[in-house]
Design a binder for this molecule. Structure first.
Ligand SMILES: Cc1ncc(C[n+]2csc(CCOP(=O)(O)OP(=O)(O)O)c2C)c(N)n1
Ligand SMILES: [Mg+2]
Length: 398
């Protein structure tokens, strides 16, 4: 199949920024040149494969629609609605003083859900901090995620049987370990794959580039999802890199690369599924650039109104991944507006139930914070511990 079309994915796409598209899934990788020989193959960075299946008007390109039955399509929709319900509740809890911190993901639900959907239990997932929509699909109970965001260690380890790494807050640090897992899988003839996501900001970390290069050289079964949401806290993409087509970087390293409309759940699922299949079948890594937008705060410690014109957000409201998918599901008779309301209510209730479980858990034990790093504390740490305990005593904290 080869489909050609032009897709303006970015809000400020000028005609010359519109990526020219040649969709040829599964294209074979050319054989490597003889050692030392000059390789005349040119890499045309102007032609990046792009994918959009469901546009912001809620129209689907039927020729590209993935083979999913109505039930699966409704489950995809529900997963995005649940992600948003969790998002809204966590933000409210933090503002009410009931949650430590939180990194909202509103507007990026198709990225999270779409990248986790094609994974099986024996595949691996290495998330960053904004990935709770994916983590829920992977089997993380929401109360555990609440425990995690409230700062309790108990929330960090992946649940029993879930092949995930804990999410990383040190930007880009979780990408090399993901490639390591992929390399180990290849050596062990394990026919599964690893999905790892990171942001546009993380893409400026050397470790991420090293990871992509290693994966390419080793043909490791890794799918890199670069979630290009336009911002790294207060740094817009244009201040960070001249070439804003992040997918082109993968091509430079010899990695199959594609630019996907990150607000299109069908495209995200399709691109990730194809990339996972390629990886599992020995075809090596893929870089998926998911073009999306950070609609809300970086974290609850952030106030974007001091550095970002709110007018930039408005066009992205029209590109909402849930709204467009719901519009299509309803127009094609797969969902009624009543169904959508019911699903929203059910998801809200699920999140509230998780909050109850979270609230019922044991609270922090502040006296233990020095207890788990060393078997016996070095003298200077012991002195700090004693000073800290005296302070807790003074404040009446047990
Ligand atoms: C190594 C490192 N440097 C800096 C930070 C501070 N920091 C936290 S999030 C962030 C921006 C990351 O942006 P991006 O990768 O685009 O992800 P997004 O938050 O947009 O999802 C920075 C610089 C950090 N956590 N780790
Ligand atoms: Mg970003």
């Amino acid at each position: 199949m080869s489909v050609n079309y032009t897709t303006p994915l970015m809000p400020d796409s000028s005609p010359d920024k519109e990526a020219s598209v040649s969709r040829t899934p599964g294209e074979a990788t050319p054989p490597p040149p003889a050692s030392g020989a000059f390789d005349a193959r040119s890499i045309d960075l102007g032609r990046i494969e792009c994918l959009q299946i469901l546009n912001e008007r809620g129209e689907v390109d039927e020729g590209l629609r993935p083979d999913m039955d109505d039930d699966e399509l409704r489950q995809l929709h529900r997963a995005m609605v649940l992600s948003r319900a969790f998002d809204a509740r966590m933000l409210a809890m933090q503002r009410q003083g009931q949650m430590g911190t939180f990194a909202p993901n509103i507007g990026q639900e198709a990225c999270g859900v779409g990248q986790a959907w094609p994974l099986g239990g024996k595949d691996w997932f290495s998330p960053s901090y904004r990935s709770f929509g994916a983590q829920i699909i992977r089997g993380w109970p929401m109360d555990r995620l609440m425990t995690l965001w409230d700062g309790y260690h108990d929330g960090f380890p992946p649940p029993e049987g879930v092949n995930d790494l804990p999410f990383s807050i040190v930007i880009g640090s979780h990408v090399l370990p993901a490639v390591g897992i992929g390399m180990a899988m290849k050596r062990a003839n394990d026919p599964h794959c690893v999905v790892v996501n990171f942001g546009d900001g993380a893409f400026s970390e050397g470790a991420v580039i090293e990871a992509i290069n290693f994966a390419a050289v080793e043909q490791a079964p890794v799918v890199f999802i670069a979630e290009n949401n336009g911002w790294a806290i207060s740094t817009p993409l244009y201040k960070q890199c001249k070439n804003d087509v992040l997918a082109s970087r993968g091509i430079g390293y010899g990695v199959h690369s594609i630019r996907v409309d990150g607000n299109d759940i069908l495209a995200m699922t399709t691109a990730t599924r194809e990339a996972c299949e390629r990886a599992r079948n020995g075809g090596g890594p893929t870089l998926i650039e998911a073009v999306t937008f950070r609609m809300s705060l970086h974290t609850t410690a952030d106030d974007p109104t001091v550095y970002r014109d709110e007018a930039l957000v408005d066009p992205w409201k029209e590109r909402c991944p849930i709204r467009r998918f719901e519009a299509w599901l309803q127009r094609t008779g797969r969902l009624t507006s009543g169904d959508a309301d019911t699903i929203r209510g059910e998801c809200e209730q699920e999140v509230l139930d998780a909050r109850e479980t979270f609230r019922a858990q044991a609270k922090a034990k502040p006296r233990e914070i020095f207890d788990y790093l060393y078997a016996s504390n070095p003298p200077e740490l012991e002195a700090q511990r004693m000073a800290y305990l005296r302070r807790l005593d003074r404040k009446g904290v047990s």
